[in-house]
Design a protein around this ligand. Structure first.
Ligand SMILES: [Zn+2]
Length: 529
């Protein structure tokens, strides 16, 4: 089916608001960082705070690390004849990058996460590269998933550089790779676009650049907070759901295409979904617009997703601190082996939920999935972590907060107990009794099987966080999480940072509890009688 894109009233009012602010912000973005102005040739990104709620702009300005990278991307989505051939994104990327690594660098590593050993083909190819205007010859390694761009002269600490890349990303058709986060579903006509552009490798606070092959298990994209200004030329028939807020009316179409521009504010990734068959339900939660996008005809489920998102956002803003952005999009995507996937200001929900037979009785799996992904907006999106090496500090914490805390606060303790038993306690018991207990804090691809990773990150780790909450009490537990978010938002935290937060808030030494749950496989001590 084909529908014209339909601008929502929420988007239209936002455009008026952001348009008025644009002029004021153009010349004074991040005034709080005035002591470290960007060097003259670094572009100043307009509308840097448009995606941030007005009340949060000062706090965000004070919280972001200095010298954030800026990605300015122009892309065209080539979808003509898409039912027969793989759609392509043809893009050019201009990165403003300052060397904040503390070391002199000869080259800058980018990740092409869509490439790699388990991919159907090399999805991203590089057509050209320049550094500060001069052509350079980048090299590809690790199954073409690392693009190393050389500097003409070593880049000293604090110096900056402009890297320009032109690239083509071919969307795999009906691919089961990486849960379906990047690909074209030929039956549904849906284009899921995570990991679609070259992104600077994430930096682990302990280990530096993360240059491992793209992970088989868990979330593949590990990256640092940056600012995005993304323009996409796309057939007018598509709705385009993205990280960030739309900057202006796309204007009249030419050749059936429009150019749409989005500004992200500080985020660690920019993800998009294009689909020509989506309905929309919106909610407003204290100035945040929730957009629930669903397959046309599935209003009942789409409306429930909007409600669940609003419930989770309300509860966790109170417990964890503000979600600082103005929008949160939550969209149906055909996924493989995942119920939902989180991105900054954007959540994928598996299309399988959008069905006339989907139960909406309390408690239900869709409610759980939505709450889980919403909590990721704090743990993964605001507070980053190296999901390759320490997935449990986002996945485990998020799954504990969704299974126990969300259901307890939104419904009651009996409902929460049912969810915790079903999703945490029962699978923990059966796995440990089978002799398959695992050490939680290890790299995702070191687990013997995908199932043992899922057990460690989503079953055992949440019970570890439940044990910490039981030990230190609700007040210290949530004070710790608020302090952790406040200190590490827009940055990358480590397991020690989270442990420190719990110990500081409680005044207790939690080292043994932490070791027992996350660094040992001695779950038989915790079995139910
Ligand atoms: Zn998760």
């Amino acid at each position: 089916m084909t529908f014209a894109s339909r601008p929502s009233s929420a988007r239209m009012s936002l455009q008026v608001q952001t348009g008025a602010l644009l002029g004021a912000l153009l010349f004074a973005p991040f005034a709080g960082l005035a002591q470290t102005p960007p060097a003259p040739h670094r572009p100043v990104m307009p509308g840097i705070l448009d995606a941030i709620q007005p009340d949060e702009r000062d706090i965000v300005t004070d919280s972001v690390p200095p010298d954030l990278s800026t990605y300015t991307i122009s892309a065209e989505l080539m979808t003509d004849g898409a039912s027969a051939a793989a759609p392509e994104i043809r893009g050019s990327l201009r990165l403003g990058w300052t060397n904040t690594t503390g070391e002199t660098l000869d080259a800058l590593p980018f990740r092409l996460y869509a490439n790699g050993p388990d991919r159907e083909h090399d999805a991203i190819t590089i057509a050209g590269a320049t550094v500060d205007g001069e052509p350079v010859e980048p090299t590809l390694t690790v199954d073409n998933s690392i693009l190393t761009v050389p500097f003409a002269e070593p880049l000293e600490r604090g110096e900056d550089s402009i890297v320009e890349l032109s690239f083509v990303s071919v969307l795999p058709v009906d691919s089961s790779s990486h849960y379906g986060i990047f690909g074209f579903d030929s039956e549904e006509g849906s284009l899921a676009m995570a990991q679609w552009y070259p992104i600077v490798a994430g930096r682990d606070p302990d280990d530096g650049w993360m240059l491992d092959p793209p992970s088989e298990n868990g979330d593949p994209v590990f990256s640092d907070t940056a600012l995005y200004d993304v323009s996409v030329r796309i057939e007018e028939r598509f709705e385009l759901v993205t990280t960030g807020v739309e900057q202006r009316d796309p204007g009249a179409a030419t050749d059936g295409r429009v150019t749409r521009r989005f500004l992200s504010g500080p985020v660690r990734d920019f993800t998009m979904v294009a689909d020509d068959d989506l309905g929309l339900r919106t909610r407003d939660v204290e100035g945040i617009t929730i957009n629930s996008w669903f397959p046309t005809g599935q209003e009942r489920v789409g409306d429930a997703v909007a409600t669940y998102t609003a419930q989770a956002l309300t509860i966790f803003e109170e417990l964890l601190g503000p979600y600082p952005y103005t929008e949160l999009d939550i969209v149906s995507v055909p996924l493989n082996g995942a119920a939902g996937v989180e991105f900054p200001q954007l959540i994928y929900i598996g299309q399988g939920y959008y069905d006339a037979g989907q139960t909406l009785q309390t408690p239900n799996a869709l409610d759980f999935t939505v709450a889980h992904e919403v909590i990721h907006e704090w743990f993964y999106a605001l507070v980053g972590n190296n999901q390759y090496d320490h997935a449990f500090i986002d996945e485990g914490l998020t799954n504990f907060l969704s299974a126990q805390v969300y259901f307890e606060r939104q419904y009651d303790e009996a409902v929460a107990a049912r969810v915790v038993d079903r999703y945490l306690v029962d699978p923990f018991d059966s796995t440990v009794r089978r002799g398959d207990d695992q050490i939680v804090d290890q790299p995702t691809d070191d687990f013997p099987t995908g199932n043992s990773y899922v057990y460690a990150a989503y079953v055992k780790a949440p019970l570890g966080f439940r044990a910490i909450q039981a030990e230190i009490g609700d007040t210290a537990f949530f004070a710790a999480l608020r302090a952790y978010v406040s200190e590490f938002q827009f940055r990358v935290a480590t397991p020690d940072d989270l442990l420190d937060a719990f110990e500081e808030a409680s005044g207790e030494d939690l080292g043994e509890l932490w070791r027992h749950w996350f660094e040992a496989a001695e779950g038989e001590r915790d079995l139910q009688d």
